[in-house]
Design a protein around this ligand. Structure first.
Ligand SMILES: Nc1nc2c(ncn2[C@@H]2O[C@H](COP(=O)(O)OP(=O)(O)O)[C@@H](O)[C@H]2O)c(=O)[nH]1
Ligand SMILES: [Mg+2]
Ligand SMILES: [Zn+2]
Length: 287
């Protein structure tokens, strides 16, 4: 049998994966049997099975893993990312609940977070969207307003040295951001899809692009929901950054921060140190 080679997944198509080797070549790999669970960004070893073809042998330990989940299954978004960039746009309107869940997933995966508000050339709508995002900025999450169509430069410093994964609803401009950063990337945007008459307006699979030797960016398919079924109650509470100073200070060590007497989180909320909306989000998640 041929010796195993190593590489990194730069595109995940569900059943097969594009694996980039050290020399920059792309090998189309499959998993053994019906195994899944390989993600864009994964580093792995594979056995060559033909010209530019291989079968995945083993996945290297991951520095991070971002995924969403419902009761029934987990959907891996990216492996080995260091930063999550939530992309929202002035138009169409975005779901605040989805942003909130993306941030919680990022906290649970110990990723840095950046919120990008795109399409600020649509000035009035951008002002409304910015106001809607103010409470995240107040929590300490950096918020960058830009227009991918006009000038992507403001984003570059945030990407330096990071492996960033772009997430958000479709139509927010994730692929447009990729194309503005890397014109040769030709990530599929709405216009390109329409020109090809493919009927698909969105990115259908995650893809990793190299910005420089140690800065990388992953485009991902649009999300409509972001399930957090993989988090237990403690994990959820910890993912609310503003809860952290109070966790462990409740009267009961198994406090669920809902109605319990002597709850430090509820006391902080009553004192205005935790937003009502966030407490409501927490309650919805642990219900
Ligand atoms: N006005 C405006 N439109 C933009 C901007 N960036 C992207 N768009 C448009 O938004 C639509 C969705 O963009 P796309 O990159 O496909 O979004 P994705 O689904 O998040 O990848 C396209 O029609 C883009 O041309 C921007 O900065 N300003
Ligand atoms: Mg896209
Ligand atoms: Zn409590």
């Amino acid at each position: 049998m041929a010796e195993a080679l190593s590489g990194q997944v730069v595109a995940a198509f569900g059943r097969h994966y594009d694996v980039e080797t050290a020399d920059g070549g792309i090998v189309s790999c499959v998993t053994r049997g019906k195994k899944t669970g390989v993600a864009c960004g994964d580093r792995l070893r594979f056995a060559p099975t033909g010209p530019n073809q291989g079968v995945i042998e083993a996945i290297d330990p991951r520095a991070s893993l971002l995924f969403r989940s419902d009761q029934f299954r987990e959907k891996i978004i990216a492996a080995n990312a260091t930063q999550l960039i939530v992309v929202v746009a002035a138009e169409p309107a975005f779901y605040d609940d989805l942003v909130s869940r993306c941030l919680l997933a990022a906290e649970a995966a110990s990723l840095k977070v950046l919120i990008v508000l795109n399409k600020c050339d649509l000035e009035q709508a951008a002002a409304t969207a910015r106001a809607k995002l103010a409470h995240y900025r107040d929590l300490g999450y950096p918020l960058l307003t830009l227009s991918a169509k006009r000038d992507i430069a403001p984003l570059r410093p945030y990407l330096q040295g990071e492996t960033s994964v772009l997430v958000g609803q479709s139509g927010m401009g994730k692929s447009s951001i990729i194309n503005a950063l890397l014109p040769e990337a030709q990530a599929h945007t709405r216009e390109i899809s329409q020109a090809l008459n493919s009927g698909k307006h969105t990115t259908t699979h995650a893809r990793l692009y190299h910005l420089d030797a140690d800065s990388h960016i992953i485009d991902s398919p649009g999300l409509q929901e972001f399930g957090l079924a993989h988090l237990n109650e403690q994990g959820i509470a910890h993912a609310f950054v503003e809860f952290r100073p109070y966790l462990g200070h409740c009267r009961f060590s198994n406090c669920r921060h809902r109605v319990e007497p002597g709850c430090a989180v509820l006391e902080a909320a009553a004192a205005g140190k935790i937003g009502r909306q966030r407490l409501e989000t927490y309650r919805k998640l642990v219900r």
